[in-house]
Design a protein around this ligand. Structure first.
Ligand code: 4NP
Length: 160
């Protein structure tokens, strides 16, 4: 089993979007390679606890829904110490959250941490926080996450 955790700040915009998109793409991939898709488990969390228990931001849900991803069942939670030993890949949406993870990660698990966009082919390194902006920011989040999800599935299928 390969376990993947997507991490942002609030766990209501970017990381639940990453979870929903990645699971959607994994399901599509599973149509051609079922055993690969069955080996992967996905979750998301925030470095902050402000929104614990909440469903994803309505704007994230709406933008994702227009592209065929349903985020409505996801609920926010904060990263825990146990996550570092549970997940093989802990993928941060931006450098600030990667730094926050590094500051609490036991040293033996540091290599599990990286930026999600390391797996995308474009020049961007970070998924910008869309929370205080307009609808366009939520679509940009989806563009970046869809590209990184494709790249990450490629990475995992080469590894499997
Ligand atoms: P996220 O976005 O980290 O992508 O979930 C945010 C959600 C909430 C806040 C900031 C960013 N906030 O300040 O409450």
């Amino acid at each position: 089993m390969i376990r993947i955790l997507f991490v942002c700040l609030g766990n209501i915009c970017r990381s639940p979007t990453a979870q929903g998109v990645f699971e959607g793409k994994l399901r599509q991939h599973g149509l051609v390679d079922k055993s690969f898709a069955e080996k992967i488990r996905v979750d998301s969390a925030g470095t902050a606890a402000w929104h614990t228990g909440k469903a994803p931001d309505k704007r994230s849900q709406q933008a994702a829904s227009k592209r065929g991803y349903d985020l409505s069942q996801l609920r926010a939670r904060q990263v825990t110490e146990l996550d570092f030993q549970t997940f093989d890949y802990i993928l941060a949406m931006d450098k600030a959250n990667l730094a926050a993870l590094r500051s609490i990660c036991p040293p033996q698990y540091i290599s599990r941490l990286s930026l999600f966009l390391d797996y995308a082919e474009g020049p961007e390194q970070e998924v910008p926080d869309p929370y205080y902006g307009g609808e366009e920011g939520f679509n940009q989040v989806l563009d970046l996450i869809e590209a990184a999800s494709d790249g990450f599935i490629k990475h995992l299928s080469n590894r499997a």
